[in-house]
Design a protein around this ligand. Structure first.
Ligand SMILES: Cc1ncc(C[n+]2csc(CCOP(=O)(O)OP(=O)(O)O)c2C)c(N)n1
Ligand SMILES: [Mg+2]
Length: 426
């Protein structure tokens, strides 16, 4: 390493920021972001806009979409479009109902809603088969619904009832269904990424080591922009590329991590670029447009299924509500919110379907009505379902609760009701 090179590392001095020329600092690597900000007299990165809009696959598709739709030029069939619309309406209606139920005291703990991001869940998950795996975050209700977990089971889980998909033991942030290969629901950010990488490894291992040649299951991992500044993301990109795992990493970039702006927190805000850095394709797509998401998803999923390895897809999207239902959402600029509200993915798909004569207003209304009834039914079902017995509280918490041994009364300590209540002396 030359002396010039080494001396330019970590040599930020106060002088660089206070001279008359608010030029680049000598800090290597992030120099183009670290400019002196005369307004705040600080060196916080000044948010900069993206240099490119839509990249790679989506570029091609955008041209497609812009051409006036005619029957021979449509991107999807009527059946497919109706399925996408129904799934997005289900996601939106379900989440709106969750907000009502939360404020009525029917749900406890943190509840993070997905409004605005529906095109991502629908665009990807509706292309998957039942045996493919989905890994979500704490914003997981809609991923569960898209993957086919019945609304009744998701709502009951939120109500903490035994009929929930985790028997009421998981709640909002821990949706899980073995049957549907939805393997979380995770409260810690980034926690699902290694789990998803493991699921993809399982699939490859079964096919290549155990010679189960029919095993071509793909894993799709969803996570947020803020999560991409977490080390697990990088470790998993590395392993997935190294072993050519059948996985798609889907970043739902809604521009915010609670109250922290993505542009402010991230040295290079173009997340998709991190794919090529690890030797996998990186794609940036308009996450408010389900058709564009679907086109990109198709290619990434097929690539994984063929055995060609992982893809990183960054979907630019927006959440229409606060971070969670406990967030008053006062930090985001109203004009930013209005900008994205005008790009509502449901309205956009509806417009496309009507203009291209894929469906009539009446057909779409009928779907909305059907979903309203389904969601109402899920609430009635959840509300009428039993609460779990207290003895369930510690089930699946310890690998072997009997490991706590036998008490002075000669019985297993874990059989003492106080054990479950957490007040037993063990
Ligand atoms: C390991 C860990 N650190 C911090 C938190 C607190 N936390 C909860 S949500 C969140 C922001 C995540 O933002 P992003 O990944 O963009 O997802 P979004 O909520 O926007 O969907 C943080 C830091 C956490 N849950 N886990
Ligand atoms: Mg975010």
């Amino acid at each position: 390493m030359s002396s010039t090179f080494s001396s330019s590392i970590n040599t930020i001095t106060p002088r660089s920021f206070t001279n008359n020329n608010p030029s680049l600092t000598p800090f290597l690597g992030s120099a183009r972001n670290l400019r002196f900000n005369p307004l705040t007299n600080s060196t916080l990165p000044i948010p900069r806009l993206r240099q490119s809009n839509i990249f790679a696959v989506s570029d091609v598709k955008q041209k497609h979409l812009n051409s006036s739709p005619s029957v021979g030029n449509l991107l999807i069939t009527k059946e497919e479009a109706l399925e996408l619309y129904e799934d997005m309406v289900l996601g939106r209606t379900f989440e709106d109902m969750c907000a009502q139920m939360y404020y009525r005291g029917k749900m406890f703990g943190f509840v993070h809603l997905y409004n605005g991001q529906e095109a991502v869940s629908t665009g990807f998950i509706k292309l998957l088969t039942k045996k493919d795996t989905v890994v979500s975050t704490y914003r997981d209700h809609v991923h569960a619904l898209s993957k086919g977990v019945p609304a009744r089971e998701v709502m009951s889980e939120l109500f903490g009832r035994t009929t929930g998909c985790v028997r009421g033991q998981g709640g909002s942030m821990h949706m899980f269904s073995k049957e549907h290969n939805l393997i979380g629901g995770f409260a810690f950010i980034g926690e699902g990424i290694p789990v998803a990488t493991g699921a993809a490894f399982t699939s490859k291992y079964k096919r290549e080591a155990l010679k189960q040649t029919n095993c071509d299951a793909v894993t799709v991992a969803f996570f947020g922009d803020g999560t991409c500044n977490n080390g697990q993301f990088y470790e998993c990109l590395n392993m997935a590329a190294l072993w050519k795992l059948p996985i798609v990493f889907v970043v739902e970039n809604n521009l915010w991590a609670i109250g922290m702006s993505h542009l402010r927190a991230t040295s290079d805000p173009e997340i998709w670029k991190k794919g090529p850095a690890f030797g996998m394709p990186g794609v940036h797509v308009d996450g408010m447009d389900v058709l564009k998401v679907r086109e990109v998803a198709k290619e990434a999923i097929e690539r994984a299924r063929r055995g060609d390895g992982p893809t990183l897809v960054e979907c630019e999207t927006y959440r229409f509500r606060g971070h969670s239902l406990a967030d008053p959402d006062e930090l985001r600029d109203p004009s930013e919110k209005a900008h994205y509200a005008a790009r509502d993915p449901l309205t956009a798909l509806k417009k496309y379907m009507i203009e291209s004569k894929l469906a009539s207003e009446a057909e779409l209304k009928a779907i909305e009505k059907k979903i309203d009834e389904l969601v109402e039914d899920s609430v009635e079902f959840a509300d009428a379902s039993p609460h779990p017995p207290r003895s369930q509280l510690l089930e699946n918490v310890f690998a072997d609760p009997k490991g706590f041994g036998i008490g002075p009364d000669g019985k297993y300590r874990c059989e003492d009701p106080k054990f479950t209540e957490g007040t037993a002396h063990v």
